[in-house]
Design a protein around this ligand. Structure first.
Ligand code: SF4
Ligand code: SF4
Length: 290
């Protein structure tokens, strides 16, 4: 049996049958040779909040190097180990670009509750978590022998109490209630757009972050509780080092020149999008507002 905490520092994990998940990209499962009807996934949380990333203009999820890289390394290590334990079974890791609705599935698996702000909230870590998953053609019961985790049996997702603090704090008025978010207005999405819509430029110009947005996560009482309990800070070293918490034009140019830019999640839409956001924040680029 694999000790995920000792091997990878992963403490929150739970299996779920894929039949209990909302499948949004079935082709990913098909390519991996995994049946949505009989397969399962072990979902896990990667807490990423670090005090070293506070106070800048980059959302906390992107201050360390890209978590997709972290997950790729993790998956490359863990899949062969699992195959040794269960020969003949297929294992494939996904994070973010995943076959299922991850927030809902993680809540169904018991790893947290669904927040009004559309995020998964872990009681221990708050909403500052990435969700990853190892998918297999074996059933959910197989995870007991593999990693010592049992399926819940009941998969009703929990929901947050709906205190409304995130909604009141949201500068874009993008939290609509009932767990629905207006993605066209949410700054986390708007700062990643290649082509801005009417009003987007003004939104970025006035936003706290030039990439992403942590306002609703920070406003949530679960985040305050995790901070008070001492469990908000990630124990995972990857997310505590090589931090870029503030970008300006000079830092961005240095990152691009050195090739480091590509190692960060804020490179996803290319240098031009980040540079445009910086210009908008500095009031230098009025054309992008149209
Ligand atoms: S701030 Fe309140 S309503 Fe919003 S996600 Fe947190 S608990 Fe839910
Ligand atoms: S990420 Fe920011 S803009 Fe988006 S819903 Fe949360 S507070 Fe609003």
């Amino acid at each position: 049996m694999l000790d995920l905490k000792a091997l990878y520092g992963i403490e929150a994990f739970a299996p779920i049958p894929l039949a209990e998940c909302t499948i949004q990209k079935p082709y990913l499962l098909e390519r991996a040779g995994i049946s949505a009807g009989s397969g399962s996934a072990l979902l896990f949380l990667l807490p990423y909040y670090t005090a070293g990333g506070e106070g800048g203009n980059i959302s906390m999820y992107a201050v360390a190097e890209d978590y997709h890289r972290y997950c790729e390394t993790l998956f490359a290590d863990i899949a062969p180990r699992l195959s040794q334990l269960l020969p003949g079974a297929k294992f494939k890791g996904f994070a973010d670009h995943s076959p299922i609705r991850e927030v809902e599935a993680a809540a169904r698996a018991g790893l947290g509750i669904m927040g009004e702000n559309g995020l998964l909230i872990s009681e221990k870590y708050s909403s500052f978590v990435f969700i990853g998953g190892i998918y297999t053609d074996a059933g959910a019961d197989a995870w007991e022998a593999l990693v010592g985790a049992w399926p819940r049996g009941s998969y009703e997702p929990g929901r947050c109490p709906g205190c409304g603090e995130c909604m009141r704090a949201c500068p874009a008025h993008a939290i609509l209630g009932g767990g629905h978010i207006d993605r066209e207005r949410c700054f986390s999405a708007v700062t990643q757009k290649k082509k801005l819509a009417d009003g987007d430029g003004d939104g970025i110009a006035g936003a706290e972050y030039i990439w992403g947005c942590d306002v609703c996560g920070l406003a949530c009482p679960y985040t305050r509780a995790a901070r008070a309990a001492g469990t908000l800070e990630t124990p995972l070293q990857y997310f505590r080092e090589k931090l870029i918490k503030t970008l300006d034009e000079s830092t961005l140019s240095d990152l691009v020149m050195s090739g480091e830019f590509e190692r960060h999640a804020f490179s996803w839409r290319g240098e031009g999008v980040v540079r445009r956001n910086l210009r908008l924040r500095e009031g230098k680029d009025h054309e992008d507002r149209d």
